[in-house]
Unconditional design. Structure first.
Length: 237
């Protein structure tokens, strides 16, 4: 049994017991996403960002395997693919984005999703790090400063290695961590090996030969550019 939730809103600053302007919304769809308001015109016209790519990813999910969503943002991959996996572990370090992720999971009644407010990285990155927030929708936030985007604000986040979670039975990984991909993999060697190198969908905004070489050196056999995307790749055995 999964508890169902509805949304009750109140006017900012009103008395808690003043119910004259309350609004109640109940979502009767089985999957609900809490998304950045700034992108509402796009969502209204086109649905979810990367919807075709998310649909394409369903072929890599298995009902008896775990899916890892590393850099989950508000959970579009997490929620959309959860019905096709045994369990989802969803990593999102940015505070308000993480809250949106958790809210969507709760409103969707998804009991096979575990949300984790951590960034992932290498052993050397473990601990408190500064996340540079570069957009009003929470996208593009990065640990790195060699980017042209202006930094809107900064937030302290906790970094752990993927290996520290001792996860088993991973069948598919999606990773979008804004230039920290190499460091995530450096902290994931034992997990990848234990799970027989699951298919790995990752973002690279340029042909990062250091990253590509590392992926091939740790056990993957090929890296395939994803058709229709200019920055997404699939590592396979």
């Amino acid at each position: 049994m999964s508890t169902k939730y509805f949304v009750l809103t109140k006017r900012t600053g009103s008395r808690v017991n003043d119910n004259t302007e309350n609004q109640i919304v109940f979502f009767n769809q089985s999957e609900t996403h809490i998304l950045p308001h700034i992108n509402m015109p796009y969502y209204a016209s086109n649905g979810l960002f990367e919807s075709s790519l998310i649909e394409w990813c369903k072929q890599f999910c298995q009902p008896d395997k775990v899916f890892l969503d590393i850099g989950a943002h508000s959970g579009t991959y997490t929620i959309s693919l959860s019905s096709h996996c045994q369990h989802v572990y969803s990593f999102e370090p940015q505070k308000m984005t993480y809250y949106a992720l958790c809210g969507g999971v709760a409103l969707s009644g998804k009991e096979n999703i575990t949300c984790l407010q951590y960034g992932l990285g290498s052993k050397e990155q473990v601990g408190k790090q500064t996340l540079n927030i570069v957009s009003h929708d929470g996208g593009g936030s990065t640990l790195h400063t060699n980017r042209t985007s202006a930094i809107l604000k900064q937030e302290d986040i906790d970094i752990k290695t993927l290996d520290s979670f001792s996860l088993e039975n991973v069948g598919f990984i999606k990773m979008d961590v804004e230039e920290n991909e190499l460091y995530v993999l450096q902290g994931a060697i034992e997990t990848l090996k234990r799970c027989h190198y699951p298919k790995l969908l990752f973002e690279s905004n340029f042909e990062n030969q250091t990253l590509f070489s590392y992926i091939l050196n740790i056990g993957y056999k090929d890296i395939i550019a994803v058709g229709g995307c200019n920055n997404m790749y699939l590592a396979v055995l």
